[in-house]
Ligand binder design. Structure first.
Ligand code: FES
Length: 157
């Protein structure tokens, strides 16, 4: 279900916790699984549950609670907009609308060419640099004015 490389990374995450608390590595395991598969299908979550010896429902609960996990396929580039209050007050709502208009999609949708998915996220801990975006869960983008978003859209493949 997952590659030997992914399983090795999960084993490394599991090793950080006491041997009877493998489930503590569930967030790391889901991230590793999603990085490899692109999104988290029920089959992938069931595999993670079995691997960590925990009930599947407990894995579903984690995967469905945090916005960085995708329970359906996403585009090559996932742009997550922080819409919490500090970012909203600094232009995140306008920035999100700008992107929606440019891309012709709403939150949780993907452009027809499979290039970009737009998602809504929670505070990313960089409120002073609002509006804050996250690219593919890995790269934080700060002070994203409409002009900077236009440049970003040009730069993405
Ligand atoms: S409110 Fe957006 S990063 Fe904190």
């Amino acid at each position: 279900m997952l590659s030997p490389d992914a399983l090795k990374k999960i084993d490394e995450a599991v090793a950080k916790y006491p041997s009877d608390q493998k489930q503590s590595a569930v967030m790391a395991a889901l991230t590793i699984a999603q990085d490899e598969k692109g999104w988290l299908s029920v089959e992938t979550m069931d595999f993670v549950a079995q691997y960590l010896e925990m009930p599947p429902i407990a894995v579903y609960e984690v995967a469905s609670f945090y916005t960085m996990y995708d329970l359906k396929p996403v585009g090559r580039h996932k742009l997550t907009v922080c819409t919490n209050l500090p970012c909203a007050l600094q232009g995140a709502t306008l920035a999100a609308k700008h992107l929606k208009d440019r891309l012709g999609i709403d939150f949780n949708e993907t452009t027809p060419d499979g290039r970009i998915t737009l998602k809504e996220g929670e505070c990313m801990g960089a409120c002073g640099d609002a509006p804050v975006f996250l690219h593919n869960n890995k790269r934080m983008l700060c002070a994203m004015s409409p002009e900077r978003l236009d440049q970003l859209l040009k730069d993405l493949d």
